[in-house]
Design a protein around this ligand. Sequence first.
Ligand code: NAD
Length: 336
Amino acid sequence: MITGGAGFIGSHTAVSLVQSGFEPVILDNFSNSDHSVIGSLERILETKIKWYEADCLDGDSVREIFSENEFAGVIHFAASKAVGESVANPLKYYRNNVESLLILIDAMAEYGVKDLVLSSSCTVYGQPEILPVSESTPRQEAESPYGNTKKICEDILRDYIKSGAKSRIVALRYFNPIGAHPSSEIGELPKGVPANLVPFITQTAAGIRRELTVFGNDYDTPDGTCVRDYIHVLDLADAHVKSIQYLFKQEENFYDVFNVGTGNGNTVLEVIKAFEKVSGKHLNYRIGPRREGDVVKTWANTDKIKNLLGWTPKYSLEDSMRDAWNWQVKLGSAGK
Ligand SMILES: NC(=O)c1ccc[n+]([C@@H]2O[C@H](COP(=O)([O-])OP(=O)(O)OC[C@H]3O[C@@H](n4cnc5c(N)ncnc54)[C@H](O)[C@@H]3O)[C@@H](O)[C@H]2O)c1
């Protein structure tokens, strides 16, 4: 089962799962996705996809779905993810992100489903002192309620396993997922003004936004702009498939965390240059003041996931920008 399977990362993971021989079942309340994603998936995969419109917070519906299917495992994407909104409305985030996990764990225990992959985030590291950041780097106090929900979800899973639960669980700490499926059938569908760099770039190039502001160019980085580890969403999707396959091989009562990034950091200006190169378009951007709360630089040490899961990223930054741009071209002026 993929909760949030109609969303950005969930839909790409559905593709990778089918292509690896799984039969994913999607559970989504479509609060941040569109029903058309299901048809798009079916076009890419040339097969029917089983899906439920349901809310992870509705325990009765969740249990009913478990009773109708024999799940081998669960990948839990469903969550609210807008950092700014989480500051304004923290309870929504604690409810949707934390309570949904508890409901899901209970249902899994009731129906004997052992394997779970959770979407976590590099946000749990804050601004790491030593780079690249490895899984043993201490987590820091969260900058936002959203970030805190990821820490809390990880802690819940760790404590659940410590209590002797028979489950096998992996939390994946994503760095910065970007790009889209090369078919341009699925991609990121930001509602309102995008909070992430790449959709803002593509929307600006498409004429939906007037200009992009780069927040600060006087940081201690190669060109003064912030550094992130941008990972193609299909590489991230593949990490979920590898995680589930890895869990199947573990003993009961297992919990671990993995970074999922490329291992390389890119500055904002490098991302803009890569976009301009693959799209052939000039991007209208200006340098603005630093933005409060921004992590200056972070990128992943990926040794653990490479060694234990046999996962390596295949796509370059330019691949990601090309796929993100083709997706934007397909969307046209949608996303205003
Ligand atoms: N995109 C990123 O940059 C990023 C980075 C780190 C971690 N994550 C995490 O990865 C996961 C997926 O992110 P995404 O970018 O695909 O987000 P998304 O919003 O595109 O997908 C989430 C999906 O979950 C659904 N959903 C939300 N609450 C639900 C509920 N209560 N019941 C059923 N469905 C529900 C939404 O409708 C949406 O389809 C989230 O947990 C997010 O916090 C995302």
